[in-house]
Design a binder for this molecule. Structure first.
Ligand code: DOR
Ligand code: ZN
Ligand code: ZN
Length: 417
């Protein structure tokens, strides 16, 4: 495959170039390569995007999403690799479910799917799951996502074992006793709507705990979906001390605030909740200075029936994998916060590095995973056009800039608009 006339995002800048792909690898990047090929017409070529936090729902909740629909959504969103969270039914807490997901994803054949194993059996917070067996079957990380491992000793053991097996724990940080049924951020808008609030402290306390554990044990830890200004500060301070902490955030945390809940739209209900403007600005600052390493979607597709109920009763989550690139590009690059090279770093190189995955950069010799985007195209988010079964997005009707045109994985076109 020969791709011609691309603006190729390399680690040290954007260069006008052709790309030659052979045997699933990029074998040449040069100003001009002879031969017939696909004319990219000056569109931008990014390293294949990697989303290390996705909910594919299969097995068990196929009404919300399945591996096939989730992968279709992923490649449409520009992703060549995704990591799927273990809150399935049965829970992904053993090698059988890990193998099932990998095999099914291979059959679907769209993007690479890396399962994340649960930390405890059944995500019940009692006994550690079979970490070594899951690693051997292909799990790339451990997480109790959707919950926090309440017992601190158990979490310490988990981090130690994970590290012994070369895995990192991806921590959903939520002090359940403090959240106490809260569904939105505690503040002006929770008061105005009468919806029950949850303090930033509920997130920050567990971020601080996980940092303390990682520091004491001298093992790596990764903080999921950071939403608070104070959480950003905790992570920044820990990094300064040399703690092996990495962190992610999602487009909704740097694009929206809890003002969005005013209309009681259940699609604005997400965990952790949308916060306030000072949080949003701190998240952006954290992305800018590298305190927050990467952008993930926390793609959380839900069925119509799970969302079209009173706010209090609705499921938490946003179907985000088809809007992530455009929202990130619009907010951060057009907004003057990151360069396109830095955005590629946050959406590809950083997750690859954190999880030791192949890919993440464009250079000769690497696997041919890449995403072609039109940075000038404006479009309006319409969930009816999503490949994901989950149409739950608070961004419906929003105008964004930057459109995925083609996704190539292992040298094969997996999506083309
Ligand atoms: O909003 C969320 N949805 N947050 C989570 O932590 C879990 C996720 C889900 O599984 O729906
Ligand atoms: Zn979570
Ligand atoms: Zn999640």
């Amino acid at each position: 495959m020969l791709l011609k006339n691309g603006m190729v995002v390399l680690q040290d800048g954007v260069k006008k170039a052709d790309l030659l792909i052979e045997n699933g690898r990029i074998c040449k990047i040069a100003p001009s390569i002879a031969g017939d090929g696909i004319d990219l017409n000056g569109r931008t070529v990014l390293p294949g995007l990697i989303d290390m936090h996705v909910h594919l729902r299969e097995p068990g909740y196929e009404k919300k999403e399945n591996i096939e629909s989730g992968c279709r959504a992923a490649v449409k969103g520009g992703f060549t690799q995704i990591c799927c969270m273990p809150n399935t039914k049965p829970v992904t807490d053993n090698k059988v479910v890990v193998s099932y997901i990998k095999n099914r994803a291979r059959e679907v054949g769209l993007c690479k799917v890396h399962p994340v194993g649960a930390i405890t059996e059944g995500q019940e917070g009692k006994n550690l799951a079979a970490i070594g067996a899951m690693k051997a079957a292909g799990a790339v990380a451990l997480s109790e996502d959707g919950k926090t491992v309440v017992n601190t000793k158990l979490m310490a053991n988990a981090m130690q074992y994970a590290s012994d097996f070369g895995l990192v724990c991806l921590c959903h940080c939520e002090d359940h006793s403090l959240v106490d049924g809260g569904v939105v951020n505690e503040g002006y808008h929770s008061t105005l709507t009468g919806l029950k609030g949850s303090l930033r402290a509920a997130e920050d306390i567990i971020i601080a705990r996980e940092i303390c554990l990682a520091e004491s044990l001298d093992v790596p830890v990764h903080i999921c979906h950071v939403s608070t200004y104070s959480g950003v500060q905790l992570i920044r301070d820990a990094k300064k001390r040399g703690v092996k902490v990495t962190a992610e955030t999602c487009p909704h945390y740097f694009t929206l605030t809890d003002e969005a809940i005013a209309g009681f739209d259940p699609d604005t209900k997400v965990n952790p909740p949308l916060r306030e403007e000072k949080d949003r600005l701190a998240i952006i600052e954290g992305l800018s200075d590298g305190t927050i390493d990467c952008i993930v979607t926390d793609h959380a597709p839900h069925h119509y029936d799970d969302k079209h109920v009173e706010y209090d009763m609705a499921a938490f989550g946003i179907s985000g994998i088809e809007t992530s690139f455009a929202l990130s590009y619009t907010q951060l690059v057009k907004g003057g916060v990151l360069t396109i090279e830095q955005l590629a770093e946050r959406m590809s190189a950083a997750p690859a590095r954190i999880l030791s995955l192949e890919g993440g950069v464009l250079q000769e010799g690497v696997v041919a995973d890449l995403t072609v985007v039109d940075l000038n195209e404006e479009w309006t988010v319409d969930p009816a056009l999503f490949e994901s079964k989950g149409k739950n997005t608070p961004f419906k009707g929003r105008k964004v800039c930057g459109r995925v045109k083609m996704t190539v994985s292992d040298g094969e076109i997996k999506y083309q608009e």
